[in-house]
Design a protein around this ligand. Structure first.
Ligand code: ASP
Length: 331
């Protein structure tokens, strides 16, 4: 890891986007700009959902430490979780749909507002990287199912079996009753959503999941839908969601949070308002979980959920924590 000094030294002041708005120009003297930079600015940071976000943050941090971009860091960070066979709700090792197919959803969004996503893609270990290819190599934003798979194969991604023995056994067990009752967990094994600020103050995000365990074939949740599972506006901030995708889709939760921040809300107040919106309009909220994280251009963060026990991981130059978010319902 490089020091904060080094991060600052690596930063070309001339390259600061005019929209950044977090460094008063007068604070940057030509003679000793590094010394005069306010302490809290241009410090790279990463926030992501759940406990496992901590190791994903560390992976993203490696990219940032080498002067890499927020976009590369977000992709690399969540890829670690996609490849983790012990994680039952993201990528390889994810629990299958009710027909035994591991169908994955992911999206990615760049500081320039470009974005890409794949829905219900099978056999590909890193859907977030396919989403990035959709963003960079096609005129489209979303590819789904077989089309997404064909595209991935055309780009050199390897076709793999993603159903681990552990996940297959869980599916066999589920089939005994075959109850279509999505268990919205209040434990710590959901989607990974990640928001990254790099040394230039640019923001990017990524989100990837196997979605609800034993879902109907073709079901798509919030995670790959830009504005629902994740959204970034490089002038304002970013947000990401986890939990019952259907509930997040109904309020376009991540977009809502970014728009609230645009209007002056702090990331924390914006996450709370998005949860309140769900609680106010959606019956049965006592029985499902939704959690949001957010980060603004000043590097302020927020997190809030319906049920207690939603955790998020935050990595900055000085901190490397997992915290429990505040919740609408009390323990
Ligand atoms: N949001 C994901 C989905 O609905 C799952 C989760 O985060 O629990 O697909």
């Amino acid at each position: 890891m490089v020091s904060r000094r080094k991060f600052l030294a690596q930063t070309a002041l001339g390259a600061l986007p005019a929209t950044l708005g977090i460094i008063p120009l007068e604070a940057c003297s030509e003679t000793n700009s590094e010394k005069k930079l306010p302490e809290e600015v241009l410090s790279p940071m990463v926030i992501s959902t759940w406990d496992f976000g901590r190791k994903a943050n560390a992976e993203a941090w490696k990219v940032l430490s080498n002067g890499g971009s927020a976009l590369d860091a977000a992709e690399k960070g969540v890829m670690l979780i996609e490849a983790d066979e012990n994680n039952a709700s993201v990528g390889y090792g994810g629990l299958p749909d009710r027909d035994g197919r591991v169908a994955l959803d992911a999206c990615i969004m760049a500081p320039d507002g470009n974005c890409g996503a794949v829905c219900s893609i099978e056999h590909i270990m890193h859907p977030v990287s396919v989403a990035r290819k959709v963003m960079e190599d096609t005129p489209h934003v979303i590819l789904v199912g077989d089309g997404a798979l064909e595209f991935a194969l055309s780009k050199g991604f390897k076709k793999e079996n993603l159903l681990t023995e552990k996940a297959r056994l869980a599916w066999e067990e589920w089939k005994v009753e075959s109850k279509y009752e999505p268990k919205i967990n209040v434990e710590q094994h959901d989607t990974i959503g990640m928001l990254v600020m790099d040394k230039n103050g640019d923001l990017a995000g990524a989100c990837t999941t196997s979605g609800l365990a034993f879902k109907m074939r073709g079901r798509v949740g919030d995670s790959p839908i830009i504005g629902a599972g994740m959204y970034v506006d490089n002038e304002v901030g970013g947000a990401a969601a986890t939990g019952l995708g259907e509930a997040v889709l109904k309020v376009l939760g991540s977009f809502l949070i970014v728009e609230l921040m645009r209007q002056g809300s702090s990331p924390q107040a914006a996450c709370e308002e998005a949860v309140h919106r769900i609680v106010k309009k959606q019956a049965g909220y006592e029985n499902f979980q939704v959690g949001f994280i957010a980060m603004n251009k000043k590097g302020e963060t927020g997190a809030f959920s319906i049920q207690p026990a939603f955790t998020y991981a935050l990595k900055t130059e000085k901190n490397d924590n997992v915290n429990e978010a505040g919740a609408f319902l009390k323990k």
